[in-house]
Design a protein around this ligand. Structure first.
Ligand code: GDP
Length: 138
C-alpha cells in the first residue's frame, strides 16, 4: 500500500467538479483516507511549492493557488502515486491523454485542476504539509 497527496486546485473547486474527480479516484480502486477544504495563504502556497521557487512561474502559480479554496486529500492504494498521475494526465493539458482529468477540465498549463505527488519522498513531505497522522484514517 502506498499514499499520495492530491489537491483539487482553485479552478477545479470553482468548476464544481470535486465529486467528479473523487469519483474517478474511487472508480480506479483508490481510497480517500483524509480530506479537507481550505484556503491557502501566500506563505503556505510558497512553502508547498518551495521546490519551484526559482522557476519563472513561481509567483503566478502561488497567487493562483491562493485565489480560492482548494481540497486536499490523502489517497491510498497499490501504486497510487503513479495511478493518480495517470488519472491526472500531463502537466500541460494539451499534451494530456484523452480521458484524463487535465485533458477534460484544464484550461491552461497553470490552471490544471489537480496536483498529485510525483514520488514517495515528495508524497511524504506533501502529506505531512497538510495532515497530521491523526487526521489520516486508513
Ligand atoms: P505537475 O507535477 O504535473 O503538477 O507539474 P510541475 O511539478 O512541473 O509544476 C507544478 C505546477 O506548476 C503545475 O501543475 C502547474 O500548475 C504549474 N506550471 C508548470 N509549468 C508551468 C509553466 O510553464 N507556466 C505556468 N504558468 N505554470 C506552470
Amino acid at each position: 500500500m502506498q499514499r499520495t497527496l492530491s489537491l483539487i486546485k482553485p479552478d477545479g473547486v470553482a468548476k464544481n467538479i470535486i465529486g467528479e474527480i473523487i469519483k474517478r479516484f474511487e472508480g480506479a480502486g483508490i481510497r480517500v483516507v483524509a480530506m479537507k477544504k481550505l484556503h491557502l495563504s501566500q506563505k503556505q502556497a510558497e512553502g508547498f511549492y518551495a521546490v519551484h521557487k526559482e522557476r519563472p512561474f513561481f509567483k503566478s502559480l502561488t497567487e493562483f493557488m491562493t485565489s480560492g479554496p482548494i481540497v486536499a486529500m490523502v489517497l491510498e492504494g497499490e501504486d497510487v502515486i503513479a495511478k493518480n498521475r495517470k488519472l491526472m494526465g500531463a502537466t500541460n493539458f494539451k499534451e494530456a491523454e484523452e480521458g484524463t482529468i487535465r485533458r477534460e477540465f484544464a484550461t491552461d498549463i497553470e490552471k490544471n485542476v489537480v496536483h498529485g505527488s510525483d514520488a514517495p519522498e515528495t508524497a511524504a513531505f506533501e502529506i505531512a504539509y497538510f495532515f497530521s497522522t491523526m487526521e489520516i484514517v486508513g
